[in-house]
Structures are given as structure tokens and as C-alpha cells.
Design a protein around this ligand. Structure first.
Ligand SMILES: NC(=O)c1ccc[n+]([C@@H]2O[C@H](COP(=O)([O-])OP(=O)(O)OC[C@H]3O[C@@H](n4cnc5c(N)ncnc54)[C@H](OP(=O)(O)O)[C@@H]3O)[C@@H](O)[C@H]2O)c1
Length: 256
């Protein structure tokens, strides 16, 4: 089969949370370029609308930008009903909205600091997956892609909130994959290593950050955001047998 047939996503509908900047923007741009109609959502509605307008005029797809706060179930429900109204169905959900939380010793972690990162990264992923899955169950099919992190697999000192939240996203992926398999819904996680974004720019542009890259990443560089393009296409068009698993893209960082 030709590559265009294997990865044919034309006319599909994808919702990308956190999709107007950083890693989420790469997913939104890549899917739009491939002919997928996209809904882009984050708290910053105007950022989402701006990108949606650009993608619509560049690629001749339908694109909308909406506001959502993924920690609020009501906001997620409202978003999902807008997506259903605009597109009638949803084929792909990419849960990319996320935060890294505070970096501090675990013994000093405050309740509100833990609540914040856990709410966005775990509960946000859960709420969006629940609402998308309800639509996907009715249409008997769909793909959910959860952006976890190698932080969900590694133990990173002083990053307890983020590590635990992303580990819970990996577990959520597995549990939901089992529960939803009878509806032909695939649930997979993507575990990136480090890619430059607003989340980590300050650190990786510092002397300490550069030293970290040199010492801790076998490829001795951050990932290039472009390297995520084929990964999202693969997960969005994944064969039915690919479910309940995670794809790691980290320059071999997690195996040393
Ligand atoms: N960059 C990396 O090296 C790396 C590595 C592994 C995993 N990841 C994961 O990749 C995902 C994207 O991260 P990024 O690096 O692209 O960071 P980023 O540039 O900071 O983007 C985070 C996105 O999440 C959205 N967001 C945050 N809180 C939200 C909320 N409560 N409701 C809705 N949207 C919310 C933000 O938009 P608003 O602020 O407007 O809401 C933004 O669009 C995250 O899940 C992150 O954990 C990143």
C-alpha cells in the first residue's frame, strides 16, 4: 500500500487541546496540513482562533478555535458540544494541554502546588477523554492520543508533581484502552523527551540547561519540534491493533 493510503487522514476531525503553541501547535499544524479538520482549544481563545484561521486559509480545511479550561468539567463539556455541533463527530482527540508544575524538594511540596499540576495534567486529560469517548462510543470508533512525558517513566528529583501526573496519564491510557476497545476506540500515549517550548525555555537557555543536555541526553541535543510531525500522523492513523501503549521519542534519554 502507498504511504498516502496507509496514513490517509483527509477529512477526519481532530480536537487538539493546548493546540495553539508549543508541542500542541505542531500537532495542529501537522494534522491540518494532512487534510484533517481541526478544533484547537486552550484557555487563550484568541491564540486558538488565530491559528485556526491561518490553518483554514492555508490548507483548505475547516478549523475552529475555542476556549477551554481542562480542569473544569463544565468547560470541557461545553467545548465538546461545540465540536459536535460544528463537525458532527470527532475522530481524534490529542490531549496536549499540560503544565510542568513547581520544581522543589518533595518534602516541601504544598497541597495547592500538587493540585495545580495534577488537575491540569491528569484530570484535564481524563475529562477531555471522557467527553470525547462518549461521542466516539456513539460513532463506534476514534483515537485518543495522550501527551504524557518521559517524566511519567523516569524519577526526576524535585519534579514529583509532574512525574506523578504524567505517570497517571500513562496509566489512564492503559485503563481506558481496555475499557474502550469494544467500541473500536484506541487510546495511546506519546512520551516526549525534551523539546524547546514555553514550558522549559528558560531552563534550557541557561548554562545549567545546556549542561543538562550535554550530560543527560545521549543525542546531546533537544528534540526538534519537526521530529514530532510523523509521530502524530502515525498515532492519528494508527492500525487498530495499536492501543494501550506509549511511544517514546526522547533521543534515548530514558534508556540510560
Ligand atoms: N516541551 C517538552 O519538552 C515536553 C516534554 C514532554 C511532554 N510535554 C508535554 O507536552 C504538552 C505540551 O507542552 P508544551 O511543551 O507545548 O508546553 P506549552 O508551550 O507551555 O503549552 C502548554 C499548552 O497547554 C495549555 N494549557 C495549560 N493549562 C491549561 C488549562 N488549564 N486548560 C487548557 N489548556 C491549558 C496552554 O494554553 P493556555 O495557557 O492558553 O491555556 C498551552 O497551549 C504538555 O502536556 C507537556 O507536559 C512537553
Amino acid at each position: 500500500m502507498a504511504a498516502e493510503e496507509v496514513f490517509d487522514l483527509k477529512g477526519k476531525v481532530a480536537l487538539i487541546t493546548g493546540g495553539y503553541r508549543g508541542i500542541g501547535e505542531v500537532f495542529a499544524r501537522t494534522l491540518a496540513k494532512t487534510g484533517v479538520n481541526v478544533a484547537i482549544a486552550a484557555r487563550n481563545r484568541s491564540g486558538c482562533v488565530q491559528l485556526a484561521d491561518e490553518l483554514e486559509s492555508s490548507y483548505g480545511i475547516k478549523a475552529i478555535g475555542e476556549a477551554v479550561d481542562v480542569v473544569k468539567k463544565k468547560s470541557v463539556k461545553e467545548l465538546m458540544s461545540k465540536v459536535a455541533d460544528e463537525f458532527n463527530h470527532i475522530d481524534i482527540l490529542v490531549n496536549s494541554a499540560g503544565v510542568s508544575g513547581v520544581q522543589k524538594p518533595t518534602v516541601e511540596l504544598e497541597e495547592d502546588e500538587l493540585d495545580y499540576v495534577f488537575s491540569v495534567d491528569f484530570k484535564g486529560t481524563l475529562f477531555c477523554s471522557q467527553e470525547a469517548a462518549k461521542l466516539m462510543m456513539k460513532q463506534n470508533g476514534g483515537k485518543i492520543i495522550n501527551v504524557a512525558s518521559i517524566a511519567g517513566k523516569l524519577a526526576i528529583p524535585y519534579m514529583t508533581g509532574y512525574c506523578v501526573s504524567k505517570a497517571s496519564v500513562i496509566q489512564l491510557t492503559r485503563v481506558m484502552a481496555l475499557e474502550l476497545s469494544r467500541y473500536n476506540i484506541q487510546v495511546n500515549a506519546l512520551c516526549p523527551g525534551y523539546f524547546l517550548s514555553d514550558m522549559n525555555k528558560e531552563f534550557f537557555e541557561s548554562k545549567k540547561g545546556k549542561q543538562y543536555i550535554n550530560e543527560r541526553i545521549p543525542l546531546k541535543r533537544l528534540g526538534d519540534l519537526k521530529e514530532l510531525e510523523s509521530t502524530v500522523i502515525y498515532l492519528a492513523s494508527a492500525p487498530a491493533y495499536l492501543t494501550g501503549t506509549e511511544i517514546v521519542i526522547d533521543g534515548a534519554q530514558s534508556i540510560i
